[in-house]
Design a protein around this ligand. Structure first.
Ligand code: SAH
Ligand code: SF4
Ligand code: F3S
Length: 482
């Protein structure tokens, strides 16, 4: 039986999809890249912006005829939009068989089996934020962390590890707390066991996931765990060479965490620290819980404690009531903060959020678009400038796979263009050998733009990371032709 799955949204969704595929593989499914060949078609969806939802509804629309011709195909909608829209999905696309929220994914294999056998529609979603006691609601959002299947990671040497689910911050623009449920931290012992298992299977880099990953709090009766404690224990696992974590909530950026990032060599000196706006009036309406001054302080502390740290951020432009003056304050913050990159989004009103209830979505779309472009242009200039000091420098990359160009060309040979990532999360493109995917390699940088460093392999394995673990590198003549 063949399974096709399409995933949009954040890393949390990518991880969920990996685990969904692994659990259906146990039932005899294999993945196909062709939607036409599939017996079961799944969409793992996102509700963070309207655009993400529109994409899924139009993909569903395109399946109408296929389902009429092959009624035995199972079509399922999973993830955040499933939780948000629930039965509306069946009303908008009556041929959908299955709707499963992110807190109910453990039921998926059984539901697919039932539909195959008996037909009919199935829906499993979690309780809404007002549909029970805190405990009941928590229980209805189950973290989906079955045993990992190493064959299901696209890059076996890298893995996402969930440390929390849900969110309790309730930023007024954001749908996540209502679709992902209450903030719940996974027990440290489970996380460590999963990381040890991954290391045993050859995984070299793990990325810890949580909507507000640095709010992690867990007590196992013997001790209380914070993210910094987790990092320390993960750091001791033999075989894991790099540890990253996303996404940080600025207010919870505590000294113990900054110290852990500074002192633990395997932890990437890289912080994703979304600010959203540079205007206090806007931050207040967003209910972010900090002022621009407080954010600047956190940033200064991070840069002070962790020299060379790369920091990235998220911005929303055109939030309700954002004036040109507010926007210019965001531009000032971009100018002064020198983020490695910035992810910039046009505000998209989400029904059911406090933002939608309290404030009018009053910034016209063309103004949002212009602000988005202006900010992107400014950030790109900064990213490009701050990549220039890498010229001539040697960095150590973890080789992730063929570059986009190599993939597009369908390059099947041994030598090809590869991409890797530095410890500080910069993308490096170089020519190498297919066998080097999954290895740490020293690369000298000779060119850089805003988003990419270009380099070539160094003959002598060197660099700060785990030289003893480097596989022997077979050198080929350097080539500049990328
Ligand atoms: N938990 C993370 C990420 C949340 S979603 C955090 O707190 O940072 C990722 C990003 O999407 C957010 O940082 C925000 O910039 C953006 N976003 C969230 N809701 C949005 C909305 N309604 N419209 C536009 N962008 C939004
Ligand atoms: Fe959304 Fe705010 Fe929670 Fe991030 S912290 S997921 S932006 S509510
Ligand atoms: Fe989207 Fe859900 Fe992630 S709304 S951003 S997929 S948590």
């Amino acid at each position: 039986m063949k399974l096709y799955i399409e995933t949009v949204g954040c890393q949390m969704n990518l991880l969920d999809s990996e685990l969904v595929v692994a659990s259906l593989r146990k039932d005899g499914y294999e993945l196909t890249a062709s939607i036409h060949d599939a017996d079961t078609i799944l969409f793992n969806t996102c509700s963070v912006r309207q655009h993400a939802e529109d994409k899924i509804y139009s993909a569903l629309g395109r399946l109408k005829d296929a389902k009429r011709q092959h009624p035995d195909k199972v079509i399922g909608v999973l993830g955040c939009m499933a939780q948000k829209d629930q039965g509306l999905i069946f009303r908008r696309a009556s041929y959908v068989d299955l709707v499963v929220g992110p807190g109910q994914l453990h039921q998926l294999p059984r539901l697919v089996r039932e539909i195959r056998k008996a037909g009919g529609q199935r829906m499993e979603v979690s309780l809404g934020r007002k549909e029970g006691s805190r405990e009941q609601i928590e229980r209805s959002h189950e973290s989906f962390d079955p045993l990992r299947d190493p064959a299901m990671r696209t890059t076996p040497f890298q893995a996402y590890v969930r440390i929390m689910i849900g969110c309790d911050k309730f930023c007024t623009y954001c749908i996540v707390p209502s679709v992902r449920g209450p903030e719940q931290s996974r027990p440290a012992a489970e996380i460590l066991a999963e990381a040890r298992q991954l290391a045993g299977e050859g995984c070299r880099e793990i990325t810890l996931l949580g909507q507000t990953v640095n709010s992690y709090r867990q007590s196992d009766g013997q001790r209380a765990w914070r993210l910094s404690d987790l990092l320390e224990s993960l750091h001791a696992i033999e075989g894991i060479d790099r540890i990253k974590f996303v996404t940080n909530f600025p207010k919870d950026m505590t000294d113990d965490l900054l110290a852990a990032v500074r002192d633990l060599p395997k932890v990437s000196k890289y912080l994703h620290l979304p600010v959203q706006s540079g205007s206090n009036a806007v931050l207040r309406r967003m209910k972010r819980g900090y002022t621009v001054e407080e954010y600047r302080n956190v940033l200064a502390r991070a840069r002070d404690w962790i020299p060379g740290a790369s920091v990235t951020s998220d911005f929303i432009v055109g939030f309700c009531g954002e004036t040109e003056g507010d926007f210019q304050q965001s531009m000032d913050l971009v100018r002064q903060s020198r983020f490695k990159n910035g992810f910039i989004f046009k505000y998209s009103q989400r029904p059911g959020t406090q933002g939608a209830k309290l404030y009018a979505d009053d910034v016209p779309d063309e103004v949002k678009r212009r602000r988005n472009n202006d900010m992107l242009q400014l950030q790109n200039q900064i990213s490009e400038q701050d990549n220039q000091p890498f010229l001539g420098r040697e960095v150590t990359v973890l080789v992730e796979g063929p570059s986009k160009t190599a993939e597009k060309q369908g390059d099947a040979g041994e030598r090809l263009q590869l991409i890797g990532r530095t410890h500080c999360d910069r993308i490096v493109v170089f020519t190498g050998n297919r066998r080097q995917i999954g290895q740490f390699l020293p690369i000298v940088i000779y060119d850089a733009n805003a988003h990419t460093l270009f380099g070539e392999m160094v003959a002598q394995p060197a660099g700060p990371e785990r030289i003893e673990r480097l596989q022997p590198v077979v050198m080929a003549p350097p080539s500049h032709g990328q």
